[in-house]
Design a protein around this ligand. Structure first.
Ligand SMILES: *Cc1c(COP(=O)(O)O)cnc(C)c1O
Length: 463
């Protein structure tokens, strides 16, 4: 405390004890730890010192610093992770937490937040295995004999390769060396899992003999990666999974398929180009299949691994699995999500992700027309508001070339720039996230799940 008692002469800023004596800070100290308040005051003074040294503006007085500190500390009492309304047009937006959870999944999370039988066998009264909570459902739905769940698909792939081929070669086509967002790169994952990257073929063409040659040179796993976020078109050739499986069987080498989004249903029903489903990939004979929980599965962040009993047993015994395991909240949400697939016909009623994927153009237009007056009322004289048509993207690296027809509310600012308008929307409660395109703010209505929350946000009603 001694140095804070001396006045900061150089910058002529108030001393810490002076700020501590301000009424705003005295009130703060009634419900906030003294050390936390002092640290915040010091941080505020340090910021001002930097500014003063830079441009010599007059220093703030103790009351001004106190008000600033009170403001910063009250921000701590607001949750940093907040509900937002995603009108970006990217339906499963990675930066916005990908898939929204179903009502059942949310309820399951709330239940699991209490004491649960996470690793406790209620029949025997002995220790159980958390994997059993979802693996039976997962094997039934995928058709694979065994299954496990880890933190995310990156972890699923890491654990699989680290178990099957430590120190040995993983053979992958150069056309499948994907980079997913946020610096997740397939070659890096393979190397980080302790395996040797054996890339074969070229960007556009890879042949079966390329894989065969790599196995001759010591390859121990054949890896097929679904190029989820790009397509290679034109003079191309890839080896179908069935042929890789046949080669793997012949040479006694396991075949791993990373599906990325991992749909359990045929997306053609949703007007999207079909993707290989998890069931098809299992049926084609892949020994291990990995996919994400929060992409087209419509659940929480998770990495699902399904495959043969032997390989899954080895994967489950990998000591690193513990570092990658899911907690009870995630497992609860995942179990509830998977249960929806027991009746795929009810998927768009049960899972929000499929509800928004399945909306017809007419439905989205109806939503846009209903929301338009509220948006126009909010915009007032600041912007001209109209409905335009366009396309939504699935997002999360899934279906990069397919758009879904949509209706957007477009705001064309009269004076302010579109960036400022988008910012004002983000300051609503809950924040409304649109996108800025060619001087307009576009609000894509396909992903709107709670119209009442949008209306409340626009009318300034805090929810
Ligand atoms: C998205 C994706 C991953 C990573 O999945 P996360 O669940 O985000 O870790 C891995 N591989 C492919 C092909 C993907 O599309």
């Amino acid at each position: 405390m001694a140095e804070s008692m001396t006045r900061d002469g150089a910058a002529a800023l108030p001393a810490v004890y002076e700020v501590l004596g301000q009424r705003a800070v005295i009130r703060l100290l009634e419900h906030t730890d003294h050390q936390v308040v002092v640290a915040e005051i010091r941080a505020a003074l340090a910021r001002h010192r930097g500014v003063l040294l830079a441009n010599g503006t007059p220093p703030p007085d103790a009351a001004a610093v106190a008000a600033e500190v009170a403001g910063r500390l009250s921000a701590f009492r607001q949750p940093a992770l907040r509900k937002v309304i995603n009108l970006t047009g990217t339906l499963l937006h990675t930066n916005l937490g990908r898939s929204p959870l179903s009502r059942e999944a949310k309820a399951a999370v709330a239940t699991a937040a209490a004491t649960t039988n996470l690793e406790y066998d209620l029949d025997t009264g002995r220790r159980g295995d958390r994997d059993n909570l979802v693996s039976r459902l997962l094997t039934r739905l995928s058709g694979a004999p065994a299954a496990t769940v880890v933190n995310n698909n990156a972890a699923a792939l890491w654990l699989t390769l680290n178990t099957l081929a430590p120190g040995r070669g993983v053979v992958i086509s150069r056309g499948e060396l994907v980079e997913i967002g946020d610096s997740f790169r397939m070659p890096d994952i393979i190397t980080a899992s302790g395996c040797r990257l054996m890339e074969v073929g070229t960007t556009n063409r890879t042949h079966l003999r390329d894989y065969e040659n790599a196995l001759d040179a010591g390859g121990s796993v054949l890896l097929k990666v679904h190029t989820s976020n790009y397509r290679i078109e034109g003079f191309t050739r890839e080896v179908p999974l069935e042929q890789l499986v046949e080669l793997g069987r012949r040479r006694g080498v396991p075949v791993v398929a990373d599906l990325g989004s991992g749909a359990l249903v045929d997306l053609a029903c949703y007007g999207l180009p079909g993707e290989p489903t998890v069931q098809e990939t299992v049926r084609a004979g892949a020994d291990v299949v990995t996919f994400s929980g929060d992409k087209l599965l419509g659940g929480p962040q998770a990495g699902l691994i399904v495959g043969s009993r032997d390989h899954l047993q080895a994967i489950r015994r990998n000591p690193v699995r513990r570092a990658l395991r899911c907690d009870k909240l995630r497992l609860a949400a995942l179990e509830a999500t998977l249960r929806a697939y027991l009746d795929p016909r009810s998927l768009s009623a049960a899972l929000p992700a499929y509800r928004i994927l399945g909306r017809s153009r007419e439905t989205v237009e109806r939503i846009a027309r209903r929301m338009m007056p509220f948006i126009a009322e909010w915009a007032g004289d600041v912007a001209r508001v109209e409905i335009v048509t366009g396309e939504s993207q699935v997002g999360s690296g899934a279906q990069p070339c397919a758009g879904l027809p949509t209706a957007l509310v477009a705001l064309t600012p009269r004076d302010a720039d579109a960036g400022a308008l988008a910012h004002a929307l983000r300051r609503l409660t809950p924040p409304v996230i649109g996108r800025v395109h060619k001087g307009r703010v576009l609000l894509d209505m396909r992903a709107l799940l709670e119209p009442a929350a949008l209306i409340a946000a626009l009318r300034g009603v805090t929810r």
